[in-house]
Design a protein around this ligand. Structure first.
Ligand code: HEC
Length: 110
């Protein structure tokens, strides 16, 4: 009996991990879609066609204090200079997913 309980515990742990990684992948996929529809016009390939100093590459994000989910979420929500605010156009979930996507792409070098 003890052995069965142990096997069930291991299966449950494996299932939980699998669910967590599936949710993560879905978020980035959704973030990629949001990026293509709302950000790529100005930030195609992680660049910045309006202000070439402030790309979405890791070095620029770090230089301007933008290399975190919180910083990107705030800027996308409220906008900044020539970048429009997305509050009301994108949901909180959309913004969280696109922020995660931008950071993940920056880590990988776009
Ligand atoms: C109309 C053009 C435009 C669109 C659309 C746009 N941005 Fe921007 N983005 C800018 C500009 C201009 C800046 C520089 C703002 C500043 O002066 O700090 C910027 C800066 C950023 C930065 C900080 C970059 C850095 O190196 O400091 C991030 C992150 C960012 N945008 C993400 C996004 C995301 C995500 C979206 C889509 C939801 C988006 N932007 C849509 C124009 C745009």
């Amino acid at each position: 009996m003890k052995k069965i309980a142990w096997i069930l515990a291991v299966l449950l742990a494996a299932f939980t991990l699998w669910m967590a990684s599936a949710a993560q992948a879905a978020d980035l996929g959704h973030g990629s879609q949001i990026f293509g529809n709302n950000c790529a016009a100005c930030h195609i390939g992680g660049g910045n066609v309006v202000n070439g100093a402030k790309t979405l590459k890791k070095a620029d994000l770090e230089q301007y204090g933008m290399a975190s989910i919180e910083a990107i979420t705030t800027q996308v929500t409220n906008g900044k200079s020539a970048m429009p605010a997305f509050k009301g156009r994108l949901s909180d979930e959309d913004i969280a997913d696109v922020a995660a996507y931008v950071l993940s792409q920056a880590e990988q070098g776009w």
